[in-house]
Structures are given as structure tokens and as C-alpha cells.
Design a protein around this ligand. Sequence first.
Ligand SMILES: [Mn+2]
Length: 314
Amino acid sequence: MSTVFVFGHKHPDNDAILSSVMLSQLLNQTNDGNLYVPRRLGEMPDESAAILRSWDFPEPELLEEIPAAREGEERQKVILTDHNEEVQSVHGLRNADIVGVVDHHRIANFQVASPIFFVTLPWGSSCSIVRYLFKAYGFEPTVAQASCLLAAMMTDTVMLKSPTTTDVDRRYVREFGERLGLDPVDFGMNIFMNRATGLYTPDQMVSHDIKAFEINGKRVFIGQYETVDKSAALGKIPQIREAMERFRKAKNGDTLVLCITDILEEGSQVLMCGDTSLPRRGLGIADAPEGVWIPGVLSRKKQVAAPIIAASGE
Ligand SMILES: [Mn+2]
């Protein structure tokens, strides 16, 4: 029997946390002889803390790093959810044996020596894939599990409005809504309202949900600050720009792009700093001091990261 740590990416969002908690619960239900223990690689998002607390599920503990195994000791086994890239994962990932991945992002620089559990599907949330795995293993989620899965499906798809949303996500959301007797959009808005993000400092706006990408040997950070009222953030653009530079320099980034995404107005104000050639080309916008409003941009992955990565190959 092994203890397997299950965790989402650094700077966890609701999908990263809930996919790791729900996948651990499911795999423990299968009684395969291992013990699956969820962990987190950063601060708990407010909305994840709130929903776990409401169902009396414990918060996953923080995992700082995976140390090298001592002689005679087994290497730590891990399952990655909601990510697969080393730069987005735990310090010391190379000291671990990756035994599984459940993800809905691009696959980059991924190689393992033995066959593993590797489930990636281009759906709207990792929790939709976990929902699918419940079906595959023959378990019906409990009411508590269904509500956690639904919470992450709604936040990760921005209430099903993100272009990453698929018919599968829509069907699972509808089924859970009927099962739980609630309107998924009302439910999702309540989840968003648990965020203290309205009170964020510029540093928190930059660092709270940011991902690193290695693109042509450059380290590109893409952050997303989701809000239901962008005007507060837009009033602090100079301070936000300073916070972006501070973060980029502290983390040795070449480029930093920040999307201030207004989920009600359905678009993002995009700011950039450092070497801005890639994002300027990828997004087809200028590096304007106050940023550029791009209507319809809700998905960092599809509408921001993907075109920037594509521009690097041109
Ligand atoms: Mn996700």
C-alpha cells in the first residue's frame, strides 16, 4: 500500500482544489489498496474553503515540496490534477513518481517511464473529467460530492460562458442541477460571491491566479484576476503595473501578462510587462499603458495562452 498525494497546480483555483479532493475521494472508494490524500500547492481560494467547510470536508494540507527519497525509502507517488507541466507543479516533482494525471490543459514536456493513469480531455473543467471517472468506476457522487464538482464546473467555465465549455460540461451541469434541485447559474454566482477578490491589493490581483509557461526558452507568466466589477481594478492601473513588474522580477520572468476579467461584462482588460513582443503578436494588441479591453476573452487557456504560444512558432 502506498500513500499517493493528489494535487492541482500552484496558485490553486477552485478547479485545482476540488478536482484533487474529489478525485482522492473517488479513488479511495475504489479500495485499490492505496491511500489517496489531497494536497494543495498554495493558498486556499476563498470559494473552495467555503464549499468544503459547508460539507464538513477537511481542507487539503499545503505541500511545500517533495524531498528526495532517502535510501531504502519508496519515492513519493503523486497524481496531478488540473495541470501536467512541471513549471506549474510542486517543487521537487522529479523526486516523485507520477502515477496519474487528470487534466484539461495542453500537454507539454511530459514523459514517464511506466504506464500511468493519464486522463486528459479538452472539457471545460477538470471536475467534469472527475465526474466522468465517477461514472467509469461505477460510483454515483453523493449530494456533497455533486455540489463540490458542480461548484468547480461553474467557476472554471465562468458559468458555462467560457469558450472552453463543451456539450459534456453542459450536460453534467444540467444533471447535477436537477439532482440537487437548484439553478446552476444561481449556484455558481453564489460560489463567485464567496471570493474576497473585491478587496484584493494589486499584488494579490497579480499573484492570486498566475501560471508560468516556458515558451521558446522564455518564462512567460499569465495571470488572471476575475471580478464581477472591473472598475475598481481599473482605478488602480499604475499600482497594478508596479505589482506586475515586482512579481516578474522576483520570479525571473521574461514576460508577464495580466488579464483583468470581468465575468459579468464578459471580457478582459489585458496588461503586459517585460518583453511584450510575444503577447503583442499573439493577441494582436498594443502594450497600452492602461491595458487593452478585449471583449469576449474569458479563458486564459484558449484565448490568451494558446495564441501567445502559437505566435512563438511563427
Ligand atoms: Mn481547470
